[in-house]
Design a protein around this ligand. Sequence first.
Ligand code: F6P
Length: 325
Amino acid sequence: MSKVRRIGVLTSGGDAPGMNACIRAIVRAAIYHGIKVVGIVRGYAGLIKGEIVEMDVNSVSNVIQRGGTILKTARSEEFKTKEGLAKAAENLSKWDVDGLVTIGGDGTYRGASELSEKWGGAVVGVPGTIDNDIYGTDFTIGYDTATNIALDAVDRIRDTAASHERIFFIEVMGRESGFIALDVGLAGGAEVIIIPEQPTDIDNMCQILLEGRARGKVSSIVIVAEGDEAGGAYDIAEKVKERTKLEYRVTILGHIQRGGSPTVRDRILASKLGAASVEALQNGISNVMVGEMRGKIEFTPLEAIWTNKKKMDISLYKLAEILSI
Ligand code: F6P
């Protein structure tokens, strides 16, 4: 594949802190290599409508520290149709775009791969989601910030939980994965962590909480991943109350985890992956996602991203159990 002359960049799916740092890296690395850049607004939905703007070094001034995405994002149903895909491909050709960088979760890559077939240009994906559930990279852009925000909330809730001698069930995001819950639970010293990757045993959880009380614990924290098969934090809390009669409160952290200024780690990861995506396109590499594994930039074929499930380090779950007694 020949070198690219004009790159399009878009963000798709849920926004994540660090996406702006990544857009900035893509725009500036491209300009450094003499490649033109256009921004596609509102992800694939905007691409279908032709919402495309020229970008230059100034388009990304003062954005490295900003949460969200300056290009806006969307989840597009139309893009999943033949007609939607055709319109998206047509707009890329109309704008003379021959390389596309898509920043987002795994839904983003399926779209990119189909688009590449239809339009004939080169595509590179960059993992941007707070969920960290993407194969081919140790961390996704946004995960570090989201876990730090959630951890800060857990620390605050601990104060009031201790004062009132209550159990708190704190629900965190993560879609169908428990990466956020596991890290926040371990780092926050939670008594129980509920994640889809491990079976949920309500009776065992009640025993842990009651034994804790008997040993003198005045309050407890239970971290619940939103995608657990046992239900949401409210359902689980009610089941525990029925069996233990212990007073509880529930906090759903929700979208607060998606906002705010990105951490150092997210800004650096975003900068590295953004620049690497441009270099990949420049070197004729296509249909891959650029990730970082054990400190090294790695390219993984797009199809492998959705056909493989990212492994979780379950030893952390056991460690949390041991340390939370
Ligand atoms: O994928 C990121 C994420 O924040 C998930 O953790 C969550 O399940 C989902 O997006 C929420 O999506 P929306 O913002 O569309 O409600």
